[in-house]
Ligand binder design. Structure first.
Ligand SMILES: NC(=O)c1ccc[n+]([C@@H]2O[C@H](COP(=O)([O-])OP(=O)(O)OC[C@H]3O[C@@H](n4cnc5c(N)ncnc54)[C@H](OP(=O)(O)O)[C@@H]3O)[C@@H](O)[C@H]2O)c1
Ligand SMILES: [Zn+2]
Ligand SMILES: [Zn+2]
Length: 348
């Protein structure tokens, strides 16, 4: 494969600085790295942590992007022979790799490795023509996944997909149990599809009527407009939701919907609400014996499972494709709630 001397990437040079396009010199991958030709890179709402400087220890300049799909160009000399071959279809998600030796890794909880490496935060991510990824962060993607998805449609599975898939798959439920998905954005529109394919009866709620038809087409049994209906009251009349997934980054909106939980139900908050704290009634938790918990992404092997299920069950992200020089527009559109549902940078 003939390589250029440099490649183009988007860069954030300081908190709130305008997005810049920079030239990055091509170098030999470090021993633990895989050098990847990026084909698609999804813009996650969490990219705002880089733009706003809101993540502890962030160093600038930084290229975000943790929903990456591409093909292997080369591997560092420390990568075991045969592990990845040139041209292989791979992805990179939020988890920026793990050490294999810390307590979490030794317990198999790679997502919580004490290195806390995050793609596009602790090292440069996928919003560029190429990227260097630690080998433990690289997700092997089946070529068959491209039979019913494009590169761009696969990219959001690397963060949005694995996050909600993992949260739902790890919540105890029986076929036909009621699930409430709150917030229909990048995460929410995938959560509706996963929950329906997992045999749950899905209610999806958003802050207006505009996504009703779409929610149903994704597999929701019913859409509830939270601007017109008290969602918790409505759900309570149905017996409450055994499985609840909150994806809207609004602590007020989450607090309001919590009483929709059923007896013994599990509420998983995946959104990162930075506008204050979520309030929950202890009485509600006690009387319902309900659980409130969080959930973070997953490691590379978890994502491989998520991609396999997505392919099997035909779960697909709805995307709008942008070119790299349109990044600022695509980011702004995401922040102002424009996308239906994921803006993805694509590369030839
Ligand atoms: N835990 C993890 O591992 C993980 C992984 C990825 C992302 N995240 C976090 O998850 C959240 C969602 O990410 P995303 O990429 O899905 O974002 P997104 O595409 O912007 O979607 C968020 C949705 O939440 C709803 N919403 C937004 N602001 C709201 C408000 N003030 N009140 C009520 N509803 C509001 C909107 O849906 P409606 O119009 O339908 O109400 C919006 O479409 C973000 O906080 C992100 O940082 C967490
Ligand atoms: Zn993300
Ligand atoms: Zn570790």
């Amino acid at each position: 494969m003939s390589l250029p001397k440099s490649f183009t990437a988007v860069s954030c040079t300081a908190p709130h600085a305008p997005w810049k396009t920079v030239k990055v010199p091509v170098r030999t991958p470090e021993p633990h790295e895989v050098f990847i030709k990026v084909h698609a890179s999804g813009i996650c709402n969490s990219d705002h942590f880089v733009y706003e400087g809101a993540w502890p220890g962030l160093a600038y300049p930084r290229t975000p992007g943790h929903e990456v799909v591409g093909r292997v160009v080369s591997v560092g000399e420390g990568v075991q022979a045969g592990r990845f071959s040139e041209g292989e279809l791979v992805g990179v998600g939020w988890n920026g790799g793990y050490c294999g030796a810390c307590v979490s890794c030794r317990e198999g909880e790679f997502w919580d490795c004490e290195m806390h490496a995050v793609t596009g935060f602790t090292h440069d991510g996928g919003h560029g023509e190429y990227m260097y990824a630690p080998v433990t962060s690289v997700v092997r993607l089946p070529e068959a996944a491209l039979e019913n998805s494009t590169y761009a449609e696969l990219a959001p599975l690397l963060c949005a997909g694995i996050t909600v898939y993992g949260a739902l798959a790890s919540t105890p439920h029986k076929p036909g149990d009621i699930c409430l998905v709150q917030g229909i954005g990048g995460l929410g529109h995938l959560a509706i599809q996963y929950a329906a394919r997992m045999g749950l009866k899905v209610y999806a709620t958003s802050s207006g009527p505009s996504k009703a038809e779409l929610a149903r087409s994704l597999g929701a049994h019913e859409h509830i407009d939270s601007s017109a209906v008290d969602v918790a009251e409505y759900m309570s009349k149905l017996g409450g939701a055994k499985v609840m997934l909150c994806t809207a980054p609004s602590s007020g909106a989450i607090s309001k919907v919590l009483p929709a939980v059923a007896r013994g139900g599990v509420i998983t908050v995946v959104s990162a609400a930075t506008d204050g704290e979520v309030k929950v009634s202890t009485l509600l938790l006690n009387l319902k014996r309900a659980t409130v918990r969080g959930w973070a992404c997953g490691a590379s092997s978890d994502t491989e499972q998520c991609v396999r299920f997505s392919h099997l069950a035909d779960v697909k992200a709805m995307v709008k494709e942008y070119k790299l020089d349109e990044f600022a527009e695509a980011y702004e559109n995401m922040i102002t709630g424009g996308p239906k549902f994921r803006n993805v940078i694509v590369f030839p």
